[in-house]
Write a protein that binds this ligand. Structure first.
Ligand code: PLP
Length: 407
């Protein structure tokens, strides 16, 4: 296989870094972006080659990924995640003649789309000869890292805030990650990891401090484009924490455009947050280039409980360039919307995914978008990892059954 990476580049200064070496952030402390020789790629690989690929899931897009030897690909049976059109709940959400389509990322290994980013990060760690990876996480990233690292024979240390959902810390342990609860926030977990690099010799794979997770997350955009026959929807709603997925998709669309593989205008990108932790929305509303730290972050949607994002300026730039916006919804709306979609359409959304649906409804109500467009919402994890309604009704087999109750 051919690797088309030309170099890495500082996302602020454009300064170049050599491919094939271990990198974290640029000298100015900013995220590094992977750049490809798209001219050569375009002359050697066609859109049809991609469509005819038999590789599992996101590995279909290998020419646009940084792994240079197929032996280094770490795979747990990735799938192309389905597009599920909302039917009965679409009306509740305010759709007109358009449609709402959920890209259901819950079907990936470890039950969340973190499999894309960490699958790539671990494959590159293997390729670069790293042995011990460490991550600060609110949940899904830790379990995805643990699963892929164990698969590759690498060790993992996972530091979680002590209010991380128990199911995430447990699944991380179960998949071989050495898991610790920290009495602090995700940023403080990150500081501990940074301080231990020398003594422990671990490699940090924190959001955007490692260059390859974004390449994995970018495959959401390529996959969506391929599934929609290279015609993207008008709107993409994305539950935004560190923003890797949004930045990655925007990068993917730029690469596909440069390759001449897209047959449509760019979509408007919408960053969705919870009003209990909405630093990007606040920055967006103030017209700022960077977001301030969000004090006392609190939301049921733990995947987007990120008070400070290293790539804030990249998220805000993608929103601006795409003509999109940032929007916050309440936890109450998130949970109500998840219940509506579950009841009406039989689709179990995680709170982060439900937030995008609640944001769609709110954007319709406030006239920010039209119900006549096609919107894609990202359901980023399985709802099975989160609290679900309790069953309180009982039937006593030893008494006469009241069949009327079942009517
Ligand atoms: C991590 C996570 C997010 C946020 O993803 P980013 O790309 O880092 O913004 C959203 N939803 C879930 C379920 C997550 O685990």
């Amino acid at each position: 296989m051919t690797c088309y990476v030309s170099h890495l580049e500082c996302s602020v200064t454009g300064e170049k870094y050599e491919a094939g070496r271990i990198h974290t952030v640029s000298v100015s402390g900013k995220p590094l972006l992977v750049r490809y020789d798209l001219g050569r790629l375009g002359s050697e690989v066609s859109r049809e080659d991609i469509e005819n690929s038999t590789e599992p899931g996101f590995w279909r897009y290998s020419p646009l990924l940084p792994v240079s030897k197929s032996d280094n690909r770490v795979s747990l049976g990735e799938v192309v995640t389905p597009l599920v059109r909302l039917n009965s709940s679409a009306e509740f959400l305010g759709v007109g003649s358009g449609s709402i389509i959920v890209k259901d990322e819950s079907r990936l290994p470890t039950g969340s789309f973190k499999a894309r980013g960490l699958g790539l990060a671990v494959s590159m760690a293997k390729e670069l000869g790293l042995e011990h990876l460490a991550i600060p996480t609110n949940g899904n990233a830790g379990s995805a890292l643990a699963a892929y690292a164990s698969r590759a024979g690498l060790s993992t240390t996972v530091l979680c805030p002590d209010n991380t959902p128990e199911i995430n810390t447990q699944e991380t342990m179960a998949q071989g990650g050495d898991t610790y609860l920290v009495n602090g926030l995700i940023g403080e977990c990150g500081h501990i990891i940074a301080d231990g690099i020398e003594e422990v010799g671990w490699f940090p794979v924190s959001t955007l401090k490692e260059p390859y997770r974004i390449e994995g997350k970018k495959t959401m955009g390529i996959e969506l484009a391929e599934q929609m026959e290279w015609k993207l929807p008008e709107l993409i709603f994305y539950p935004t924490g560190g923003g890797t997925g949004l930045i990655g998709m925007w990068k993917a669309f730029a690469e596909l455009t440069e390759l001449g593989w897209m047959d449509c205008p760019m979509p408007r990108m919408v960053a969705v947050q919870s009003d209990g932790c909405a630093p990007i929305v606040k920055a967006w509303e103030e017209g700022a280039d960077h977001a301030e730290f969000w004090e006392n972050a609190e939301t049921e949607a733990s995947g987007i409980r990120v008070p400070s994002a290293l790539g804030d300026f990249l998220i805000l730039r993608a929103l601006r360039e795409s003509g999109g916006f940032a929007i916050a919804v309440s936890d109450e709306d998130i949970l109500r919307t998840a219940a509506e979609i579950g009841h009406r359409d039989g689709l179990l959304m995680c709170p982060e995914g439900a937030a995008t649906a609640a944001a769609y409804k709110s954007a319709i109500d406030s006239g920010l978008i039209s119900g006549d467009e096609t919107a894609v919402l990202f359901n980023t994890a399985t709802g099975l990892k989160y609290p679900m309604p309790e069953v309180t009704l009982r039937v006593n087999k030893d008494e006469e059954i009241e069949f009327g109750q079942f009517l």
